[in-house]
Design a protein around this ligand. Sequence first.
Ligand code: BJW
Length: 273
Amino acid sequence: MSDPAPALDPAAVAAAAADLARARRIVVLTGAGISAESDIPTFRDTMEALWKEFDPQELATPEAFARDPETVTRWYDHRRTRCLEAEPNPGHRALARLERVMRERGGTCTILTQNVDRLHQRAGSEDVVELHGTIMEWRCTETGRRVELEPGPMPVFPPPSPHHPGALLRPDVVWFGEMLPTAAIERAERAMHGCDCFLSVGTSSVVYPAAGFIDAALAVGAPVVEVNPQATAASDRVTHRLVAPGGVALPRLMDEAFGAGTGADAGPAREDG
Ligand code: BJW
């Protein structure tokens, strides 16, 4: 692990908060880092115990699934049960609160998430676009029909599809080389239309087309606030950098922009995921 992040810079928080408070159409891009404080390992950082010998970037491909569906589905089911056990953290809750505050003010706040864990929805966010699908739903490799899964681990790997003889179930996620769902891209583009403040939280900003939304925001003159304890591929182009974990920086940003008490734990957080 690298050195701990320095303390949050008050001037950077104040400048980012001023842009947030002025905004009417906020778009937030989130990545694995926002769920790190919910004890879900980030995509590139950590492969735990049994999975240490595997490279996530290789497992998250249609080629790996075709070659070794047992290993790939075991890995995804392990991660699915891990996500089910996890709870949203103060960063997720601060973003849910941001959406409620924006609605009260007649504005919008749309989350474009690269995460597959559904923690934003469980924290109470409603306007969430899942760019890379979700690990919570699986689909038939032949018919595309989705299957409702039991909460516990799956009994057989690779799981057979109940919808087509000889077919398998695969997680309803987007692997490298696959197209993002058209509906998700269209919703994201609609949200970007008129975006006047963009937050990028907990992403290394290396995976496209998601990382391209940062440049799209800059291109229309929207200020971009990056929340990340580490530098990313986009850090040198963003407007404000809050160098801290999401669970620290986002509640602080909310309090500074909209007043104390609007941060992490203010307001109801629905648990319906
Ligand atoms: C914290 C923190 C705390 C830690 N608080 N922060 C243009 C240029 C080059 C390549 C391409 C391009 N366009 C397309 C491509 C190819 C490819 C791509 O982008 N490759 C790059 C790797 C180079 N993209 C695709 O293939 C996409 N499809 C596509 O473009 O289709 C059209 C096409 C097809 C064929 C050819 C050409 C075009 C599909 C991308 C799908 C990505 N899918 C995955 C797997 C999903 C399922 C799963 O989870 O297993 O999505 S890959 C993986 O990366 C996952 C993530 O959503 C995604 C992004 O990762 P993320 O979230 O940024 O995580 P990390 O781990 O990288 O970073 C964590 C960050 O958190 C770090 O910065 C930490 O510091 C930080 N952090 N603690 C805040 N507490």
